[in-house]
Design a binder for this molecule. Structure first.
Ligand SMILES: *Cc1c(COP(=O)(O)O)cnc(C)c1O
Length: 389
């Protein structure tokens, strides 16, 4: 008998609807489609939301990280510490400067960068560290700040997962000198594609604003508006990284719902954890003390020694039951480019390598219904129970 798929539960479904559609349509009707007043408004509200002095809108988190590294003056031959358990963008941007991404192992509990391992990999060429707030949980920022201060490193946070999140009551976005956010389709606030850099430093903000639009002096976007002027000066060779008003209008609607969407994800995560925490074969994610997670991902770990099947088989079984999942992340040192270019070995990252075999990201999005949550729980438990040793 073939198994009938009772439900289809996608891995992710963005919480966007009529309000976002309306806001985007209004921008289209206004006739001003690119960066303009909506982007300024989005930047101001975003900065206020995370408690930063400046927020600069860009077209991706990758661009945000690139501009942050440009702003600190990264040079060829420099080294930047990056956790191996992340998306390639975090390390890729370092290579734009002919600098070296130095991969770092992660903490076995949080899967965030391990500060002690980061410290061991510092050399005379190390210039910066990019902690990634994995799954939405802030890294050990006190330890990272101490190491950075002591070894004279710049800190750029990859907060692609961490809107909104906080550490010791301080929102992610105003903890370090520079923070990069993502508004990609699957992230906790989406504009389809988009990103933001936040900083309290006027000079860094000025440099990033200039470089996101061709290295033209500030307010380059105004040159076609009624208050603008035809005259402009190119001060450096920059990039075409600006956000548009269509994206920003969607972002403004999303920002108003951001805290509420986080609470919805946290409630779903709590139901998962209630169901999974008593299972010998499972390890539910936990949030460390003095921090609040954005709950971007629910990363469930399998105790493989208790099971007769692999992580890949669990994913396949969930798929045949109509449940979408993902894996965050295939560690960077296991990808051909990083492995071959920098001669990284799995043994150099024992924690990341071992943990990689056992994690699965379950569906987690604000619009999940109670019966969808139950369906995921029932099926995870059924698969695990059938495969218990
Ligand atoms: C999604 C993601 C990025 C890249 O974000 P984009 O906006 O798509 O450029 C960077 N770092 C991490 C950890 C991510 O998950």
């Amino acid at each position: 008998m073939t198994k009938v798929i009772e439900k289809e539960i996608p891995f992710h479904l963005a919480d966007v609807g009529e309000e976002e559609a309306q806001a985007a349509a209004e921008v289209v009707r206004s006739g001003w489609l690119t960066m303009g007043p909506k982007t300024i408004e989005f930047e101001q509200q975003f900065a206020a939301y995370v408690g930063a002095k400046h927020a600069v809108g860009v077209n991706s988190c990758t661009a945000a990280l690139h501009l942050a590294l440009d702003a600190i003056g990264l040079k060829p031959g420099d080294e930047v510490l990056v956790p191996t358990t992340t998306f390639t963008a975090t390390a890729e941007v370092v290579t734009y400067f002919k600098a070296k991404p130095v991969l770092v192992d992660v903490d076995p509990v949080s899967l965030c960068i391990d500060p002690a391992d980061a410290e061991r990999r510092i050399t005379s060429r190390t210039r910066a560290i990019i902690p990634v707030h994995f799954a939405g949980q802030p890294c050990e920022m006190d330890a990272i700040r101490d190491i950075a201060a002591c070894r004279n490193l710049r800190v750029i946070e990859d907060a692609a997962h961490a809107l909104p999140a906080s550490y010791n009551g301080i929102p992610v976005g105003c903890i370090s000198e520079l923070t990069a956010f993502s508004f990609y389709a699957t992230k906790t606030l989406t504009t389809g594609e988009g990103g933001m850099v936040t900083t309290d430093n006027d000079d860094l903000a000025k440099r990033i604003r200039m470089m996101r639009l061709h290295g033209i002096g500030r307010d380059a976007w105004k040159r076609y508006s009624s208050e603008g002027s035809w005259f402009y000066e190119v001060l450096d060779t920059g990039f075409k990284y600006n956000l548009t008003d269509i994206q920003s209008a969607i972002g403004l609607v999303q920002l108003r719902k951001c805290s509420q969407m986080r609470d919805a994800r946290e409630a779903i995560a709590a139901r998962y954890t209630d169901a999974f925490s008593s299972e010998e074969a499972l390890l539910a994610p936990s949030v460390g003390p003095c921090r609040s997670s954005a709950w971007h991902l629910y990363v469930l770990r399998l105790n493989l020694d208790q099971l007769t099947i692999s992580r890949a088989e669990v994913i396949e079984k969930l798929k045949t039951r109509g449940i979408g999942t993902s894996v965050h992340f295939i560690p960077l040192h296991m990808h051909p480019y990083y492995r071959d270019t920098y001669q990284y070995h799995a043994e150099d990252f024992p924690v990341a390598t071992e943990q990689y075999e056992r994690y699965i990201s379950l569906p987690l999005f604000p619009g999940m219904t109670s019966s969808q949550i139950d369906y995921v729980i029932e099926n995870v438990l059924a698969i695990i129970h059938a495969a218990s040793r």
